[in-house]
Design a binder for this molecule. Structure first.
Ligand code: NDP
Length: 434
């Protein structure tokens, strides 16, 4: 805390993981040596830079850009870029730290990184977004590469932003290095099923959790927060498995449609139109829109999938979900539940899928995109989706096994942290003190 003052989100992420590792140190004291924890919680590199750009009215705007290259023990740094006004060093470090163990869980050879800017794409014209992303890449390009550090999207960074960044990278480098970014449009090297991967993967993971308790999505009521990339494809997959998804949100408020959400309408509003979720009620008068996001967790449901942002479920929201009969929570977003909320879910016997396991499908398919780019091939949607499904099943099994082995049967928080940690720790020990 002294070393990283005012970095609350980063402290929260480190605390959650280190608490889980106590049984590992008890069983294998060697993991307390080699300065392992000190090295693990210190990024290899944190880059911060100025991003100047000119808005449509001719005014110069200055944002701050970040890239944290957290850990390369098992492969090149890999992790998304977030464009949101709340972005600062603490947010980027918490995301980068989580990413290290998440990427380890995927079973693929990728290290952990993360980046972004406090730029807010909301309300900006296409040309403003392009000028900003080009300026951002004009600094970032020197730090990344297909074998060094491979960014992707996150909040506020979708196919449009990745496209502009890739165009600028190519222009500076004078070479088509498709593997430098993932989440590209399939027209120029993107993987099919990458757009769907995080949301679908989260539902595949929750399917495994439910199956372990003899339950399933069919006939269940599901609440999903957010209405961005992760949320939309979590809704799509949950609906295809027979669930009724009754609510979703954006940063202004949430919609409740007890008959089940009309996903085509949500895609039109949020994906095609970049609009507000409140617009949904105009064509769906039986649905109700409520200002503010917190109320969504008061809706009675069987399964909750928080897919918007960090700390969106606090203790109070967790209590309301438990009172409403929730049986399973799968974290599509990164760290959407506070430490207190997680404790409440576990105490109440709610099946709980932590982010670093439940949302690892996105980065797993990004690694498949890197593999396709290296081999200069494109796999079909079905091939990628089948691999994604298998990866999510395996991550669930690995987390369950680790939890069992270290004395916390069924606790996927402990299981994910331990399973992710062991591989990175062994690689770091094998490579010496670097
Ligand atoms: P998007 O930008 O596509 O969507 C984010 C959604 O969450 C939007 O509906 C947005 O509302 C809402 N939101 C954002 N910030 C807040 C906030 N402070 N309060 C309430 N709602 C908010 O992002 P993604 O879907 O890509 O990412 C969502 C989460 O999933 C993030 O935590 C991200 O780190 C995580 N994630 C994403 C992956 C990916 O592949 N994209 C991979 C793994 C994790 P509005 O429209 O009003 O901005």
């Amino acid at each position: 805390v002294k070393r990283n003052p005012h970095e609350e989100e980063f402290h929260q992420a480190v605390r959650e993981i280190f608490d889980s590792l106590v049984p590992v140190f008890a069983k294998h004291p060697r993991y307390r040596e080699h300065g392992l924890l000190e090295r693990l919680s210190e990024p290899e590199r944190l880059i911060a830079f100025r991003v100047p750009w000119v808005d449509d009215s001719g005014r110069v705007q200055v944002n701050r850009g970040f890239r944290v290259q957290f850990n390369s023990a098992i492969g090149p740094y890999k992790g998304g870029l977030r464009f949101h006004p709340s972005v600062n060093a603490s947010i980027i470090k918490f995301l980068g730290f989580e990413q290290v163990l998440k990427n380890s869980l995927t079973g693929q050879p990728i290290g952990g990184g993360k980046g972004g800017s406090d730029f807010d794409p909301k309300g900006k014209s296409d040309l403003e977004v392009m000028r900003f992303t080009q300026s951002f890449m004009t600094e970032l390009y020197r730090h990344i590469g297909p074998d060094t550090d491979v960014p992707a999207g996150d909040i506020g960074v979708g196919a449009r932003e990745i496209g502009y960044m890739y165009g600028q990278y190519k222009r500076i480098r004078g070479a088509s290095e498709a593997g430098v970014l993932t989440g590209k449009n399939p027209l120029y090297g993107g993987s099919l099923a990458r757009t769907e991967a995080t949301g679908y993967g989260c539902v595949y993971f929750v399917q495994e959790m439910l199956a372990s308790a003899g339950l399933g999505f069919a006939g269940s009521r599901v609440v999903v927060s957010g209405s961005g990339n992760v949320s939309i494809y979590a809704i799509e997959k949950a609906q295809s498995l027979g669930a009724t998804v009754i609510a979703c949100s954006d940063s202004s408020g949430y919609i409740h449609d007890p008959d089940g959400l009309d996903l085509a309408a949500i895609k039109r509003i949020k994906e095609a139109g970049r609009g507000r979720i409140s617009e949904y009620v105009a064509a769906h008068p039986h649905a109700v829109y409520t200002e503010g996001c917190e109320g969504i967790w008061s809706l009675a449901c069987d399964i909750a999938l928080p897919c918007a942002t960090q700390n969106e479920i606090d203790v109070e929201a967790a209590e309301r979900l438990i009172e409403g009969g929730v049986k399973a929570v799968g974290e599509g977003a990164n760290m959407p539940s506070t430490l207190g909320a997680i404790e409440r879910f576990l105490q109440a016997g709610v099946l709980f899928g932590p982010a670093k396991a439940a949302n690892a499908g996105g980065v797993a398919v990004s690694a498949l995109e890197m593999a396709q780019n290296s081999a200069r091939v494109s796999w079909t949607f079905e091939e990628v989706d089948t691999q994604l499904h298998r990866i999510m099943e395996r991550i669930h099994a690995d987390c369950m096994r680790a939890a069992e082995e270290y004395g916390y049967p069924g606790n996927l928080v402990v299981g994910a942290n331990i399973a992710g940690f062991l591989k990175v720790a062994d690689a770091m020990i094998a490579q010496g003190v670097v």
